[in-house]
Design a binder for this molecule. Structure first.
Ligand code: ZN
Length: 104
């Protein structure tokens, strides 16, 4: 069996860092990227770069935002007397999808 080329091995290593992704899954993802048209793979790389360089944590709630304060914290329509504590920023998306919660 031929050794995996170093850049491909590196890509597999990077995917294997994701929680819940084993070596097998990481290998599948890496080969999936390699089979993509160049433009699509570059869009993926650019999306990661743009999210990591263009976003940071909201000064007030720690959600990801491009502004200093996220749209929820900046909104005058939100009830500032109620705070919902979540484990991670992705939980905010789930709560916001319900359109039921009006606090911060
Ligand atoms: Zn915020």
């Amino acid at each position: 069996m031929q050794p995996t080329p170093e850049p491909l091995e590196n890509l597999i290593d990077q995917f294997a860092r994701f929680p819940g992704v084993g070596r097998k899954g990481a290998t599948r993802m890496a080969y999936e990227v390699m089979s993509m048209p160049n433009e699509q793979a570059m869009q993926l790389a650019k999306a990661i770069e743009s999210a990591k360089t263009g976003l940071h944590r909201c000064r007030l709630c720690q959600d990801y935002t491009a502004a200093e304060v996220c749209p929820i914290c900046a909104s005058a329509k939100r009830d500032r007397s109620t705070i919902c504590v979540v484990e991670s920023p992705r939980d905010i998306k789930a709560i916001e999808r319900t359109h039921e919660y009006k606090g911060l």
